[in-house]
Design a protein around this ligand. Structure first.
Ligand SMILES: [Zn+2]
Length: 232
C-alpha cells in the first residue's frame, strides 16, 4: 500500500491527530488511490502508533466520506463521487466569487505582492513539472486570496467539506498541463489589479469549472476511480 509520511508527528499532536492528518493528506494527494484497500497494520507500522488511534482516524475519515468501512470485512479509500465533486465546485464557486468581488474592490498592495510572489513560484514548479508542489502552491494561492479580504477561516472551513473536489483536482493535474491553471491565475490577478470584477469572475469561474469540464476524460482514463452515479 503506497503511503507517504509528509511530516513527522508534531510535539503537541496526539497519535490520532497524527494518523488522521497523514492519512487525509495521502488520500487527497492520491498516494492512497480511490478504491484502494487500507491495511491498518501497515499504517500502524509506518506511523509507529498503535491500532486504536489509527482506527479512530479512519472512522473520522469515513464520516468525511473518504474511507469506506464495512465492519469485519473491508476498509478502503472511497471512490470519487461525481455528485460530491460537483457540490464541492458549487461551494467553491459561490464563496470564491464573492471573495473575488471584495478583492477587486480594493486589495492591499502587500496582499497583491504576495499573490504575485506565489505566481512566480507556481511558474517554476510548472516548468519543473512538480505536480504536488504546484498543487500545494495553487491551494495556497486561493487561500491567500481569501486572506486578502480577511476570510481565511472561511477558506479553511470550505476545504474541510470538499475533499472529493480536491481529489479530482489532483487527478486532473496528473493528466493536464499546469500551465493552463497558471494562466488562469495570472488573468485573475491582472483583472483584480484593474478592479475589473466582471472579467476576473469569468476567469475564476472557468478555472473552478475545469475539473467538471474535463471529468469525462478523467473517467475514461481512470474508470476504476469513479463510483457509478446510478449506484448511489
Ligand atoms: Zn487555482
Amino acid at each position: 500500500m503506497p503511503f507517504t509520511i509528509y511530516d513527522e508527528r508534531l510535539q503537541d499532536e496526539t497519535a490520532k491527530q497524527y494518523a488522521y492528518r497523514t492519512l487525509r493528506r495521502n488520500i487527497l494527494l492520491l498516494d492512497m488511490l480511490p478504491g484502494e484497500a487500507v491495511v491498518e497494520k501497515d499504517i500502524c507500522a509506518r506511523l509507529k502508533v498503535s491500532r486504536t488511534p489509527v482506527r479512530e482516524a479512519l472512522l473520522e475519515l469515513s464520516r468525511e466520506r473518504l474511507i469506506d468501512i464495512v465492519p469485519q470485512r473491508s476498509t478502503q479509500v472511497t471512490l470519487l463521487d461525481e455528485q460530491l465533486v460537483e457540490q464541492g465546485r458549487f461551494l467553491r464557486e459561490h464563496i470564491e466569487l464573492a471573495v473575488l468581488e471584495l478583492a477587486c474592490k480594493g486589495i492591499s498592495i502587500k496582499a497583491l505582492e504576495s499573490l504575485k510572489a506565489n505566481l512566480a513560484e507556481q511558474e517554476k514548479l510548472a516548468a519543473a513539472q512538480d505536480i504536488i508542489g504546484f498543487f500545494m502552491k495553487d491551494s495556497e494561492f486561493h487561500r491567500q486570496l481569501f486572506t486578502a479580504v480577511d476570510k481565511d477561516t472561511v477558506y479553511d472551513a470550505i476545504s474541510l467539506y470538499i475533499p472529493h473536489f480536491t481529489r479530482e483536482r489532483m487527478l486532473r493535474l496528473q493528466m493536464f498541463d499546469a500551465i493552463e491553471l497558471l494562466h488562469d491565475h495570472k488573468h485573475i490577478i491582472e483583472n483584480m489589479e484593474n478592479h475589473d470584477f466582471k472579467t476576473a469572475r469569468l476567469y475564476m469561474k472557468r478555472h473552478l469549472d475545469r475539473v467538471i469540464c474535463d471529468q469525462k476524460i478523467l473517467k475514461e482514463a481512470y474508470p476504476t476511480y469513479f463510483s457509478s452515479s446510478r449506484e448511489r
